[in-house]
Design a protein around this ligand. Structure first.
Ligand SMILES: Cc1cc2nc3c(=O)[nH]c(=O)nc-3n(C[C@H](O)[C@H](O)[C@H](O)COP(=O)(O)O)c2cc1C
Length: 352
C-alpha cells in the first residue's frame, strides 16, 4: 500500500529534516493546494474514494470509513486537500478559545524503526475565531462533501475548575460550521487535562455542553449537533466504564478511542522523551479499549477507532473490534498519502 514515490523519494527527504519543519512544509503545501478548488475536486474524483456503502452515523453521512485524526490540520487550513486525498471525514483542532503557542520546541519526534511518533505539542493553535473563518472560507457547511469535525480543548492557562468556559466558548464559536464536535479530555500535553475524564469534572463539563447544544437546537429549530468524547488509552477498565456510563446518561453520540499513550513499554522503556506516543506501538492498546467499550455497551455507542493504523489489516481489526469508523495520523507520516486510498478500498472490501 506504500507509494514507491513516497517511500523512495519524499520520505527519504522528509526524514532528514526536523519533524516539525516537515509538518509545516506539508501544511503549507496542502493549504496552497486547498486554494485550487478545481484541482482539489478533480483529485477527489480521480481518487474515487467513495465506499460502496457510505456510513450513516449520528445523523451524518460519511462517504467512506476513513477519517483524518485531530492534530494534523490543527487550524483547518487544508480541508479541501484532505478531502481530495480521499478522507471520508476530517477532524480539525484541537482548538482553544484564543490562539496559544503550545510547548517549547523540539516537541515532535519520529521513531522510524517502530513506526511511532512522540509529541508534546500542547495545543498550539490560532484560536476558535480564526478557525471559524477558515472553515467558512474553504469548506462552508452547506457546500461540503464530507463531514468536518471540530475537536475542542481548554487553554493551558485556564484552571481546571474553569475548563467548562473554554469548551463552551469553542462550541459557541464553531457550532455553525461544525458537523460534529469532539471533546478532547485526553491529551497528555496540557497539564491536568486528563483529570477531566474523572467523574467530578466530567459530569459538569459534558452536562454544560449538552445543555448549550440543546438550547441552541431549540433556538434554531434544528437537531442538536453530535458530540463525541475522545479518551485516553491509559484509563483502566473501571475508569472507562464510569466514563461510558456518564456519556450514555447524558445522551452523548459516541466516543473516539483513543488519543496517544503516556505508557512506555518495550523499546520505549528507555526513551526519555515526554509526551504522547502514537503509531504502531499504540495499536493493541487502542484495540483493547475499543473491544471493551463495544462489549459493555453491546455495540450501542458508536466508536471511532484510532491508534496505530498502518495498513488495511490494522484498520480492519479496529472495525472487527467494534469501531464504526477509523481515523489515522501517524500512519500518514510513515506510509504517505496513498495510505488513505488503500484503506478506503481495503475496508470497503472488508465490509463486503
Ligand atoms: C503530532 C500529533 C499531534 C496531535 N494533536 C492532537 C490534538 O491536537 N488533538 C487530539 O485530539 N489528538 C491529537 N493527536 C492524537 C491523534 O489524533 C491520534 O489520536 C493519535 O495520534 C493516535 O493515532 P495514530 O496512531 O494514527 O497517530 C496528535 C497526534 C500527533 C502525532
Amino acid at each position: 500500500m506504500i507509494d514507491p514515490f513516497y517511500e523512495k523519494f519524499l520520505r527519504r527527504i522528509f526524514f532528514r529534516l526536523d519533524p516539525e519543519e516537515v509538518h509545516e512544509i506539508t501544511i503549507n503545501g496542502l493549504a496552497w493546494l486547498s486554494r485550487m478548488k478545481t484541482i482539489c475536486q478533480l483529485l477527489h474524483k480521480l481518487n474515487g474514494t467513495y465506499s460502496k456503502k457510505p456510513v450513516h452515523l449520528f445523523g451524518l453521512k460519511f462517504p467512506n470509513l476513513v477519517g483524518l485524526a485531530a492534530g494534523l490540520d490543527k487550524n483547518a487550513q487544508c480541508l479541501p486537500a484532505f478531502s481530495a486525498m480521499g478522507f471520508g471525514h476530517v477532524e480539525t483542532g484541537t482548538v482553544t478559545p484564543r490562539c496559544q503557542p503550545g510547548n517549547e520546541r523540539p516537541r515532535l519526534f519520529r521513531y522510524p524503526e517502530q513506526e511511532a511518533v512522540i509529541n508534546r505539542m500542547g495545543f498550539n493553535n490560532d484560536g476558535a475565531e480564526e478557525m471559524k473563518k477558515r472553515i467558512q472560507r474553504s469548506m462552508p457547511k452547506d457546500r461540503r462533501s464530507i463531514p468536518v469535525g471540530v475537536n475542542i480543548g481548554k487553554a493551558r492557562s485556564t484552571a481546571l475548575e474553569d475548563a467548562v468556559d473554554d469548551y463552551l466558548a469553542c462550541f459557541c464559536a464553531l457550532a455553525d460550521q461544525a458537523d460534529y464536535f469532539t471533546v478532547n479530555i485526553s491529551s497528555p500535553n496540557t497539564p491536568g487535562l486528563r483529570k477531566l475524564q474523572e467523574e467530578e469534572y466530567l459530569r459538569e463539563l459534558l452536562g454544560a455542553l449538552q445543555t448549550e447544544n440543546n438550547d441552541r437546537a431549540q433556538r434554531l429549530g434544528s437537531r442538536p449537533l453530535p458530540i463525541l468524547v475522545k479518551i485516553a488509552p491509559d484509563l483502566d477498565y473501571r475508569q472507562i466504564e464510569e466514563l461510558i456510563d456518564i456519556l450514555l446518561d447524558l445522551g452523548y453520540d459516541g466516543v473516539i478511542a483513543t488519543n496517544t499513550t503516556i505508557a512506555r513499554t518495550g523499546y520505549f522503556k528507555t526513551i526519555q522523551e515526554n509526551g504522547g506516543l502514537s503509531g504502531r506501538p499504540l495499536q493493541d492498546k487502542s484495540d483493547k479499549v475499543i473491544r471493551f467499550i463495544h462489549r459493555i455497551t453491546s455495540g450501542k455507542l458508536p466508536i471511532i477507532g484510532v491508534g496505530g493504523i498502518m495498513d488495511v489489516a490494522s484498520a480492519a481489526r479496529k472495525m472487527d473490534e467494534g469501531a464504526s469508523l477509523v481515523q489515522v495520523y501517524s500512519g500518514l507520516i510513515y506510509r504517505g498519502p496513498s495510505l488513505v486510498r488503500g484503506l478506503v478500498k481495503g475496508l470497503s472490501e472488508h465490509q463486503g
